[in-house]
Structure formats: structure tokens, C-alpha cells
Design a binder for this molecule. Structure first.
Ligand code: NAP
Length: 280
């Protein structure tokens, strides 16, 4: 497989790590969410493909996942709306019997310099990126606690994986709503993890660096933009959605059962402060 940046691409994960488990991925009709939903299906999970718009793309993801011989269906819900998230998880429990893995991935940007940023732009990003993750984690947790550990399925009672960003750590001028939402995700994840670990619920985060998806197209879709971006990435390649999907699949599995309350940065070294390689 050739990567979008040339050379050998990311090898998709293919072991039955999540056989018999039920997973829900939010924002799964595009980018990282799409690759993650497919990866979870490939390693044996039944998958709910959440989307908010673009039903056709979601149905395509469903068909791809069904090709692995597991079950999948698409569910439209806006993760920032409490009633829609409650209904989505309830429908999954009805359809699949339970939930084992919640991947709170849906996210967006509404960028502006602070003096131009409207309250609507601020609220929209916080509502989807942070409140949406809270609602998804809360509803999944209710089912994890009700069901408890089923040893034949998994060592844990459930896994929550929050899609964060390197911007939970790296300040980002012109994106104060987005960076604040991801800083919030860090504390959401850590606090939930502290609260829920005694119930054998594992909460962790994955923090992507620059991954080639529609959310950041302008950062890589011309050679000049990509060259600029690569200066921030010590490993000198833009990430592929499968880089994140593989990480989520392994993190959700019992292989990483002792990983609790941690963020895994998947960023080609972006958080290594590359400016200090030659300066400072
Ligand atoms: P993307 O391709 O734009 O996908 C974002 C997904 O979120 C889309 O499926 C979108 O659905 C969905 N979404 C937006 N608002 C929603 C809502 N209210 N309810 C449900 N779903 C909603 O971007 P991506 O890069 O894959 O981003 C996925 C996650 O990774 C985000 O949390 C983002 O912050 C994070 N991340 C990405 C990068 C990167 O470099 N790409 C880096 C760090 C972190 P629609 O298309 O239907 O609106």
C-alpha cells in the first residue's frame, strides 16, 4: 500500500483483537473516524457508524465494515445534543445488546483571531468537541456499569477513547476555541479515568498531530503548505488516518489493558518542540 505522502503506507491492523466486542465511533463518515470505524471492524468488532450529515458516506463505511463479516449500521446524531446521544446509545444497546468501546472522535474547527471570534464560533467548537465527548462518555459509562466485566469478552468493563489533539498541549494562535476544547478533553479524560478505573472502565485519549483529512486540508493540499507543515514534524511525513486507527484498535483491546488515564500522542514527534532542534 502506498501512502498519500509517497513511499510505503501504513499497514492496516488485521488481528482479531476485538472479536465479539461492540464499538461506537462518532464522526465516523470522514477522516480519522472513518478509518477508525473500519479498523475496529477489521479486528472483529461490530460497529455503529455515527454521522451528523452525509448519510451516503456513512453507508459506504458500513458496507466496508460488513465486508469483514461483522455487523455495522449508521446512526445519525449530533453529539452536542443530549437527547440524540442518549437515543443513539440506547438504540445500540437494543440492536447489539451492549457497548464495549466508545470512540468519542467527532470534532470540528471554527477558526478566527480572538478579536473576530464570535460567541457562536466559541460555543459550537466547545459544544461538539468537549460537551459531545462528555455526553458520549456518560452514556457509555451507564451501560458499562450496568453490565460489568464479561471475562469472555474483555478484561475491562468498557473502554472510552477520547480523540484529542496535540493542541491539548501546544497553544495554537487563531484557534483559541479549538485548543481550549482539546485542553478540556485532557482533563475530561483524566478525571473520568480516575473516577471510573475502580469499576474497571479504561478511559484514555489519542492525540493526533497533523493527519491528512478534510479538517485541515489547507495545511497540506499544496506543496508549499505541506513543506511548511513538515517543518513542524520531526518525522517529516504527514500522518494518515490509519496511523490513528491502528492506535485506537490496539488501545481498545486487552493488549493494552493496563493503560489507564493516558494520552497516546501519534504525531511524528510534533510535541518534541522541533523549533528547539536548531534554536533555543
Ligand atoms: P473530519 O474529516 O472533518 O471529520 C470530523 C467528523 O466529525 C466528521 O465525520 C463530522 O461529520 C463529524 N462531526 C462534526 N460535528 C459533529 C456533530 N455535531 N455530531 C457528530 N459528528 C460530528 O476531521 P478529522 O481530522 O477526521 O477529525 C476527527 C477528530 O480528530 C476531531 O476530534 C479532530 O479534532 C481530531 N484531530 C484531527 C487532526 C488532524 O490532523 N486531522 C489532528 C488532531 C486532532 P460531518 O462531516 O457530517 O460534519
Amino acid at each position: 500500500m502506498e501512502s498519500s505522502s509517497g513511499g510505503p503506507g501504513v499497514q492496516p491492523i488485521a488481528f482479531p483483537l476485538l472479536k465479539g466486542q461492540k464499538a461506537l465511533v462518532t464522526g465516523a463518515n470522514s477522516g480519522i473516524g472513518r478509518a477508525t470505524a473500519v479498523a475496529l471492524g477489521r479486528v472483529g468488532a461490530d460497529v455503529v457508524v455515527n454521522y451528523v450529515s452525509g448519510r451516503d458516506a456513512a453507508e459506504e463505511v458500513v458496507r466496508e465494515i460488513e465486508g469483514f463479516g461483522v455487523r455495522a449500521y449508521a446512526h445519525e446524531a449530533d453529539v452536542s445534543q443530549e437527547d440524540q446521544v442518549v437515543d443513539m446509545v440506547a438504540a445500540m444497546v437494543k440492536e447489539f445488546g451492549t457497548i464495549d468501546v466508545m470512540v468519542a472522535n467527532a470534532g470540528l474547527q471554527r477558526d478566527a483571531p480572538v478579536t473576530d471570534m464570535t460567541l457562536d464560533q466559541w460555543h459550537k467548537v466547545l459544544d461538539v468537541n468537549l460537551t459531545g465527548q462528555f455526553l458520549c462518555a456518560r452514556e457509555a459509562t451507564k451501560e458499562f456499569l450496568r453490565r460489568g466485566v464479561v471475562p469472555e469478552v474483555s478484561r475491562s468493563a468498557g473502554k472510552i477513547i477520547c480523540m484529542s489533539s496535540v493542541h491539548q498541549l501546544i497553544p495554537w494562535a487563531g484557534h483559541v476555541n479549538y485548543a481550549s476544547s482539546k485542553g478540556g478533553v485532557l482533563m475530561l479524560m483524566a478525571t473520568l479515568s480516575q473516577e471510573l478505573a475502580p469499576f474497571r472502565i479504561r478511559v484514555n485519549a489519542v492525540a493526533p498531530g497533523a493527519i491528512r483529512t478534510p479538517i485541515n486540508r489547507s495545511a497540506w493540499d499544496t506543496p508549499e503548505a505541506e513543506a511548511d507543515l513538515l517543518r513542524l514534524i520531526p518525522y517529516r511525513r504527514v500522518g494518515d488516518p490509519d496511523d490513528i486507527a491502528n492506535t485506537v484498535a490496539v488501545l481498545a483491546s486487552d493488549l493494552l489493558d493496563y493503560v489507564v488515564g493516558t494520552t497516546i500522542y501519534v504525531d511524528g514527534g510534533m510535541t518534541l518542540f522541533p523549533g528547539f532542534a536548531t534554536g533555543g
